[in-house]
Design a protein around this ligand. Structure first.
Ligand SMILES: Nc1nc2c(ncn2[C@@H]2O[C@H](COP(=O)(O)OP(=O)(O)OP(=O)(O)O)[C@@H](O)[C@H]2O)c(=O)[nH]1
Ligand SMILES: [Mg+2]
Length: 337
C-alpha cells in the first residue's frame, strides 16, 4: 500500500483544484457516497463476496442449517466481533430454517441484520448557530488526523464555506508543514505557532482568527497521544477550555480519528479516549486499507459515539459522510454493481 511508504509530512495527492486565494475547489469526480463506500470497503466486500460465493459452491443444494457455522466463520473474518456474528447466524437460522436458499436471498437478509446492528442514523456535524463552528480533531499517533482535517477542509470548502485551520500539533517536526501544504491546496487559512509551543495558544489564536475573519469553520489539529498519557490528556482539556472561553458552546465537535487498519485490538486501545477528551463523534480513517470493515460494529458498541465520516483513501477528496445504508451496500457490493 502506498500509504505505508509515504512520510506523513508529505500529503500524497496533487492539488485537487482548490486555491489559496479562496476559490472553492472544483467538483470532485462524481463517485457519490455509494461510490466512496464501495471504494473504502472494496477489500472487505471482495473477501465477503468471494467467501460467501465459495460457501454456496461447496454447499450447493444443502439446507441452510448445515452450513450456518461456515457463514459465522466468514463474518468473523471481517472483525465484526463474535456477538454480532452470532446474531446474524441466528437471524439467518430463524429466517431460513430447513430450507435451501439463493445467494442473493441470503445476502439481503445478512445486509438487513447488519444494518440493524449498526444502530445509527446518519449524523451530520453540529454547526454553530452564529459565528464559526469549531471542530477539534484528536486521536492516537498516526491514526489519520491531519489527513482527515485536509478532507474536512475540502468538504466544507466545496460548500463555499470559509475555513481556518489551527496547526495544534506543535510537537511532531513537520506536522505544521504538512498541514500548511494541505491548507494551501484546499484554499483554507492556517494559524501556526512555534515548534514545541503551547498547542492551547495555537487553538486560541485559530479561533480568534476565525471570529475576526468571519470564517464559517475552524478545524484544529492536535498531536497524537494515548489516553494513558495524563499530561497530554490535560493538554487536551486545556485546549477545550481556551476554546470555550472564546465561544461558549465550542468546540462544537471533538472528532476522534480511528485507524480502521488497527483492527479490534488497536481500536480498543483508543477506548477511554472518547470520555477523557469529551469526544462527540468518530472519523473512521483508512477503511480502504483493510478487509475488516466489519470493525465498525464493535466501534459503535465500544465508543457509543456516532461515526460521522469515513476516510477511504489518502486524497483530500476521499471522505464520505457516514451513511449506514450506503455503508452496508458497499460492504456487500459485487465487482460489477
Ligand atoms: N489509505 C489511506 N491512508 C490514509 C487515510 N487517512 C490517512 N492516511 C495515511 O495515514 C498516514 C498518517 O496520516 P496522518 O494524517 O499524518 O495521521 P496523524 O494522525 O495526523 O499522525 P500524527 O500527527 O503523526 O499523529 C499518512 O500516510 C496518510 O496518507 C485513509 O483514509 N486511507
Ligand atoms: Mg498529524
Amino acid at each position: 500500500m502506498s500509504w505505508f511508504r509515504k512520510k506523513a509530512s508529505e500529503p500524497p495527492d496533487p492539488p485537487s483544484g482548490g486555491s489559496a486565494e479562496g476559490e472553492p475547489a472544483e467538483s470532485p469526480p462524481k463517485r457519490g457516497f455509494f461510490g466512496l463506500f464501495r471504494q473504502g470497503l472494496k477489500r472487505t466486500s471482495d473477501l465477503l463476496r468471494t467467501d460467501i460465493r465459495d460457501l454456496f459452491t461447496r454447499r450447493q443444494g444443502q439446507l441452510v442449517d448445515e452450513w450456518l457455522d461456515d457463514l459465522y466463520a466468514i463474518l468473523i473474518k471481517t472483525d465484526m466481533g463474535a456477538g454480532p456474528a452470532k446474531e446474524i447466524r441466528e437471524h439467518v437460522r430463524t429466517e431460513f430454517r430447513g430450507r435451501v436458499v439463493e445467494l442473493e436471498q441470503l445476502i439481503d437478509e445478512v445486509k438487513a441484520k447488519f444494518r440493524s446492528l449498526l444502530d445509527q442514523e446518519s449524523t451530520s456535524i453540529r454547526l454553530a448557530e452564529t459565528g464559526p463552528t469549531v471542530i477539534l480533531v484528536v486521536g492516537v499517533n498516526g491514526s489519520g488526523k491531519t489527513t482527515s482535517i485536509a478532507k474536512l477542509a475540502q468538504y466544507f470548502r466545496r460548500q463555499g464555506k470559509k475555513v481556518v485551520l489551527g496547526a495544534g500539533d506543535t510537537f511532531r517536526a513537520a506536522a505544521v508543514e504538512q498541514l500548511t501544504i494541505w491548507a494551501e491546496r484546499e484554499g483554507a487559512e492556517i494559524v501556526t505557532g512555534p515548534p514545541q509551543g503551547d498547542p492551547a495558544s495555537v487553538a486560541h489564536r485559530a479561533v480568534a482568527a476565525a471570529v475576526e475573519r468571519g470564517a464559517d469553520i475552524c478545524v484544529i489539529d492536535t498531536a497524537g497521544r494515548l489516553q494513558t498519557q495524563a499530561n497530554l490528556m490535560d493538554q487536551l482539556r486545556k485546549i477545550h477550555r481556551v476554546i470555550a472561553k472564546q465561544i461558549a458552546d465550542a468546540p462544537h465537535e471533538t472528532l476522534l480519528v480511528l485507524d480502521a487498519t488497527a483492527g479490534q485490538n488497536g481500536i480498543s486501545q483508543a477506548a477511554g479516549f472518547s470520555d477523557a477528551a469529551n469526544c462527540t463523534g468518530i472519523v473512521l480513517a483508512k477503511l480502504d486499507g483493510t478487509a475488516k470493515g466489519g470493525v465498525i460494529i464493535p466501534i459503535r458498541q465500544r465508543f457509543r459515539l456516532p461515526v460521522k465520516f469515513v476516510g477511504v483513501g489518502e486524497k483530500s477528496s476521499d471522505l464520505a459522510v457516514f451513511d449506514p445504508s450506503a455503508f452496508v451496500d458497499g460492504l456487500f457490493s459485487g465487482p460489477s454493481e
